[in-house]
Design a protein around this ligand. Structure first.
Ligand code: GRF
Length: 193
């Protein structure tokens, strides 16, 4: 049986798109479901385009019930990929999928992480501090924002004159290149892939 991936995303889902593309015709793994807290998230449209099932949940369902865990278990999910998912992962989900939940962050953690450090806030802080480089971090998820063990980092140089848009673009290019490959290599390390 193919390994099964669940993607969580809150917004556009361009990373989710790259992962869905990567595994569309893959022999050993597939995206089984896309989940979101945001009924208006464009990622839902993207999932539809790939004919991948979706699930929208609210705060009550996610934090006060076991229904998301039960859903993921019933789908026999092997890895959970957070791709622009903005809510903290609750303990019941962390316990149900130990070392199987990963996140991507648009900076070189441990710098520029933590609550409130998402989207443009990250890049603005990097620019304001005059950093000479930035990058991306893929890491395991624990009960704190952006703090789990680091799996992968890639970096790019910030050139004189690079503005917010340019830094976002450079980071996004790295994310789209590396995230699907990191998911694949983690799945390969799991038994029976
Ligand atoms: C990415 O920059 C990712 O690092 C962060 O959220 C953003 C999601 O972008 N966690 P997209 O929705 O995949 O385009």
């Amino acid at each position: 049986m193919k390994k099964r991936i669940a993607i969580f995303a809150s917004g556009s889902g361009s990373n989710a798109q790259k992962i869905m593309e990567h595994f569309k015709k893959h022999n050993e793994a597939e995206v089984a479901i896309v989940l979101t807290n945001n009924p208006d998230a464009y990622v839902l449209q993207r999932a539809d385009n790939f004919e991948i099932p979706t699930h929208v949940f609210d705060r009550y369902e996610f934090y006060k019930t076991n229904s998301v865990v039960n859903l993921l278990k019933s789908l026999e999910i092997d890895i959970i990929v957070l791709a622009g998912f903005l809510w903290l992962v609750p303990e019941n989900l962390l316990k149900a999928f130990p070392n199987k939940i990963i996140n991507i962050h648009p900076a070189l953690l441990p710098k520029y992480g933590g609550k409130g450090m998402y989207g443009d806030n990250v890049h603005k802080a990097v620019l304001a501090n005059g950093e000479e480089e930035s990058g991306i971090t893929i890491h395991f998820v624990n009960e704190h924002f952006d703090e789990g063990e680091i799996i992968h980092q890639s970096r790019f140089k910030i050139e004189k004159g690079d503005d917010l848009e340019m830094i976002k673009f450079k980071g996004q290019q790295l994310e789209h290149t590396h995230f699907p490959k990191v998911v694949e290599s983690l799945l390969k390390k799991m038994k029976s892939f």
